[in-house]
Write a protein that binds this ligand. Structure first.
Ligand code: AHN
Ligand code: ZN
Length: 327
């Protein structure tokens, strides 16, 4: 009997990760590699259920609009979560000014592994959400805020799950996960009005003379029916990284998601990382020339119901494979 209890409690311990939510480092059932030679499997495996929970948690705070209580609370959650996984976490708190003069109390969050190493890469996403659903088909929704399950929480969710994996097994390269704030308070009529957090960081990096080999931005990486095309800003500034990531996706059987198509010239956080601080940076973004942005983009339908765990899993597996193969 005692033995049975011991066995059961060990089993329970083994099946809970530190956040009490997702299953630790088990390989997802259904992933391509959960078969016979499990001894040779890496210790890490992207867990889409864990990623989804990290997203749900953000969405549960409400609209993450800069200068609101919900935004501040979510920021604290992101910092404390990253502190569990990373070697160091630095925050940049700054009041930025939107195109319409609104003051945006903003926080860029930088989580680092092996912060002294020069052999580093950046993984980034924005964590704020847009205050207006101005792409909604219904005009009555245009002044309502975006919940940002995809546009905000998805990129951050993937990065938090990667952070959890890095805490289990550190990659060969040093990593900075940067969560940019105040990306989505822009207006198309105003030049450089999007991506205020990344512009601030590029002018004021968290450490003096900061540099990295390259960056990968994630933006809207969880939507049903997502398709990632080869964005033109990414191919102009960081074509080697772009091609290597798309090749990794092809190897894993995800070519219908990471399509071999030219994308748009999208002004996103990666543009400022390329342009202002000179670090080559690609964007994994749900945008194709025939379909544009996802149909939920900047609408009231950007909710968890329209998230597809299989898409999250594909993006996570591509990144994890690519990153752990870097020297
Ligand atoms: C523009 O629409 C100019 N850029 C898209 C950046 C963006 C907004 N990504 C998510 N929301
Ligand atoms: Zn947006």
């Amino acid at each position: 009997m005692e033995k049975l209890i011991l066995f059961l409690s060990l089993f329970l311990l083994a099946s809970c990760s530190a956040d009490g939510s997702a299953n630790g480092n088990a390989v997802d059932s259904g992933s391509a590699d959960s078969s016979a030679d499990s001894k040779q499997e890496p210790k890490v495996a992207f867990n889409a259920d864990s990623c989804y929970k990290f997203m749900q948690k953000q969405v549960d705070f409400g609209y993450r609009i800069p200068s609101t209580k919900e935004h501040k609370e979510c920021g604290k959650y992101l910092v404390s979560t990253l502190e569990r996984f990373a070697d160091t976490v630095i925050t940049q708190d700054v009041t930025l000014k939107a195109y319409n003069g609104t003051k945006l109390e903003s926080r860029n969050i930088i989580a680092s592994w092996n912060p002294e190493s020069k052999n580093r890469i950046i993984l980034c996403a924005h964590w704020d959400t847009r205050p207006f659903c101005d792409e909604d088909p219904k005009a009555e929704n245009h002044k309502k805020p975006v919940l940002g399950a995809n546009d905000g929480a998805s990129g951050v969710g993937v990065l938090l799950e990667l952070a959890r994996q890095f805490s289990i097994k550190e990659p060969n390269v040093a990593v900075d996960i940067i969560l940019f704030d105040s990306e989505d308070y822009g207006h198309n009529d105003y030049h450089n009005s999007y991506c205020l957090g990344s512009q601030h960081w590029a002018l004021n990096p968290h450490v003096p003379r900061y540099n990295a080999r390259f960056g990968i931005l994630l933006d809207m990486v969880g939507g049903k029916g997502a398709r990632f095309a080869k964005d033109l800003i990414s191919s102009f500034y960081a074509n080697d990284v772009l091609e290597d990531v798309w090749k990794t996706a092809e190897t894993l059987g995800y070519s219908s998601l990471f399509v071999n198509e030219e994308g748009g010239s999208i002004i996103d956080d990666h543009y400022y990382v390329n342009k202002m601080i000179g670090i080559p940076c690609i964007d994994i973004l749900d945008y194709t020339n025939d379909e544009g942005f996802p149909s939920t983009w900047h609408t009231v339908n950007d909710t968890m119901e329209n998230i597809d765990k299989e898409v999250l899993k594909a993006v996570g597996n591509v990144l994890i494979t690519y990153i752990y193969n870097l020297k």
